[in-house]
Design a protein around this ligand. Sequence first.
Ligand SMILES: Nc1ncnc2c1ncn2[C@@H]1O[C@H](COP(=O)(O)OP(=O)(O)O)[C@@H](O)[C@H]1O
Ligand SMILES: [Mg+2]
Length: 544
Amino acid sequence: MSGTITGIAGPTVTVDLKGLRMYEIVLVGKAGLTGEVVRLERERAVLQVYEDTRGLAVGEPVRGTARPLTAQLGPGLLGGMFDGLQRPLEKLLERDGPFISGGSSASVLDSPRQWHFIPVKGPGDRVTAGETIGQAEEGAFRHLVSAPRDGVLASLAAGSYSVCQAVGSYDDGSPISVCQEWPVRSPRPCRRRLPPTEPLVTGQRVVDFLYPLARGGTAIIPGGFGTGKTILEQSVAKFSDVDLVVYVGCGERGNEMAELLEEFAGLNDPWTSRRLMERTIVVANTSNMPVAAREASIYTAVTMAEYFRDMGYHVLLLADSISRWAEALREISSSLEEMPGEEGYPTYLASRMAGFMERAGVVETMNGTVGSLSMILSVSPPGGDFTEPVTQACLRTAGAFLMLDASLAHRRHFPAVNWFQSFSLYEQTMVQHFSRIVDAGWTEARRRCRTLLQREEALREVAEIVGLEGMQEQDHLILHSAERIRLEFLCQNAYSEDAFSSPEQIMAMMNRILADHERLEGRLAAGDTLEAALGKGGDEHASQ
Ligand SMILES: Nc1ncnc2c1ncn2[C@@H]1O[C@H](COP(=O)(O)OP(=O)(O)O)[C@@H](O)[C@H]1O
Ligand SMILES: [Mg+2]
């Protein structure tokens, strides 16, 4: 099917091609740039082109491909770094330099690398779509290969294969390889969805103790510029207790993405002490990439994440920041002259966002195992105003809200998670879990920690009026212990040894602070002043 270009406005191209479908991929112009159908009318179709359209002219040919944007899924993705269309960035850089030229189609998995495949099914076996038919070793990673569709196997043999080679075939002769494709805008199927019951341990004390997240849950981290979104996302990428991380970066600062990769390459995974990159996939959006590719990037990323979930793994998708995605959506919408909603965002912003976030969850996979896909998305509200549309759209679907507080960041209290205004809907279930698995005192310790922080807040208001001198010794003790909670427990320097705490370490640390508090309370009751009690080594902090 072919036609011609009738109009070009930046990345938006109109063509006279009939019979296209929404989201179909179209090859545009002599250079064969990739574009996606975003609007269909009777006589014309409107495309968003993923590449630079400079040099493109009206009258050049266009050709439909009859297929949507797909991701290639197979061994070789781990440790990879891709653009929003899943093109390997390194290969593109090698070939084209920093500016990706039109029609670049370096494929993800086209490497000659060989994978050792071991079948678990054999000729004559009837298989259903998604069922495991064998496995390939990808480093230490067990990569399950699944049947692309229902059918009867005619052959399947162990051996070393590249991703394009057939490892076997169905009885109708169609080949099976270790690689498959999936349209990125369609969620991958599962047998059923399950409620999140296990915690997603992040290693961040303020999160795991006060606002615990769930495997299969969603969380958003809204925060103004410089409040620590990127550092928090990266800490979670390094330390969280999952099998695999997909990191979508938009690089708000100049060299952010390059620094991230350099740092990750040198780090070990604290849970397995293997190299961190071996369990990480990075999708990077750079500012010179056209908006359509940026818009597509989160779908490419979530499709790769679902693919590993379907093998029964726990996968975490991080995006920093999702606001850049929403801005791409807004740009596309405005170039289509759609009716703008609040602050120029399209009226379907919230439903798109929900559609994306609903791809997170715990599922019983098509091969009968349980896998999870969790999401933690940072949001950068302009001016730190949380009532803006993107934060609000995310809030509707998110299970947890870790609000970064500019005044905390200003005082260099990091992570700057506000301990009053954040929330987690997983709190109750996860607290029960930690009480069972880590320490029966977890719930009570949280209650006491919270109470101290709340009483500190109230006392600070009183102190503003009567002054610190006018307060009782007991009140001074509360201020003292709450300050320790804030400075020693809630603050966690990402650049130090302290960057990660296990749940056991969290419990031990909190118990120490609470025990000191109790001891000091006893001294005050016996008539000591706080100063005297602290001087007597009643406080571990002081005796250290
Ligand atoms: N956990 C942390 N430990 C130490 N410093 C931090 C931490 N989080 C943030 N910072 C400091 O704050 C700065 C800004 O953080 P960043 O994550 O880049 O903010 P944002 O992405 O919200 O703009 C960092 O360069 C760092 O100096
Ligand atoms: Mg940032």
